[in-house]
Design a binder for this molecule. Structure first.
Ligand SMILES: NC(=O)c1ccc[n+]([C@@H]2O[C@H](COP(=O)([O-])OP(=O)(O)OC[C@H]3O[C@@H](n4cnc5c(N)ncnc54)[C@H](OP(=O)(O)O)[C@@H]3O)[C@@H](O)[C@H]2O)c1
Length: 230
């Protein structure tokens, strides 16, 4: 049965792959992009799915813009995928940090998903089987000892804590909340040497999300439906 999915950051990369695949299999998709220009480009690309594909425009750092866009989102919303994210400033080692850049990154990667969840909760509450998926990263895991790009890693470790909090607070309402590692994917962020294609990540992530049940809430899963250590 067709479901209504919301994908943030859908103009390129993993979000684009998810939105395209979902539209092709007949789900209803609301996609977010950051500019009018990106909206027009995506709208032209998905013109043949027009009846089932809506596009809203906001930056995940802008709470007022997210709330205004949320008013346009048709309820019920079955699945919210908080995918939009950034890698952060050039200078982000634990010994030499661009602090302003790191703070901005936290606003995108850590608080961006929370702004989206809070704005879209009324639409999620009207769904039969609502799910929230926050795209995190295996390199944000506390068990991954690497220190490169520490601002990015820390922003994802912090969003994992937010996922845990949301899962606890929304459990009694039956809203499933998980963190998802999409794999190392060939996108602008992942680079051309990454392990898997956008299509493989999107296919696996969608299958993982399709299979979620109430007992999965609060878990950290990857695109192959395997547990990732926190
Ligand atoms: N690629 C990987 O190997 C990998 C691995 C682990 C986790 N991830 C995570 O997967 C997600 C998608 O990554 P990707 O590889 O697809 O990255 P990407 O190709 O760089 O695409 C990032 C997407 O996020 C959007 N975005 C960035 N900052 C935003 C903001 N402030 N407000 C709204 N949208 C914003 C971008 O929009 P614009 O085009 O407007 O910039 C774009 O649509 C991210 O959360 C990333 O951390 C990726």
């Amino acid at each position: 049965m067709a479901e209504h999915w919301f994908i943030s950051g859908a103009n390129r990369g993993i979000g684009h792959g998810l939105a395209r695949r979902l539209a092709e299999r007949g789900d209803d998709v609301t996609a977010s992009v950051r500019s009018e220009e990106a909206r027009e480009r995506l709208a032209a690309e998905v013109a043949r799915h027009r009846a089932r594909f809506s596009i809203v425009v906001f930056d995940v750092r802008d709470e007022a813009a997210i709330r205004a866009a949320a008013d346009e989102v048709v309820a019920p919303l079955d699945v919210l995928v908080c995918n939009a994210g950034a890698y952060g400033p050039q200078r982000q080692s634990s010994l030499d940090m661009d602090f302003a850049g790191a703070l901005d990154l936290f606003s995108v990667n850590t608080l961006g998903p929370l702004r989206l969840v809070q704005a879209l909760l009324p639409a999620l509450r009207l769904a039969r089987n609502p799910r929230v998926v926050v795209v995190s990263s295996g390199i944000g895991s506390m068990s991954a000892a690497g220190s490169g790009n520490i601002a990015y890693r820390a922003s994802k470790a912090a969003v994992n804590k937010i996922v845990q909090g949301l899962a606890t607070d929304l459990e009694r309402e039956g809203i499933v909340v998980v963190a998802l590692s999409p794999g190392w994917v060939r996108t602008d962020m992942g680079g051309e040497n990454a392990e898997i294609s956008v299509e493989e990540s999107a296919r696996g992530s969608i299958a993982t999300i399709d299979a979620l049940t109430a007992s999965d809430t609060g878990r950290f899963l990857d695109y192959r439906n395997k547990s990732v250590p926190w």
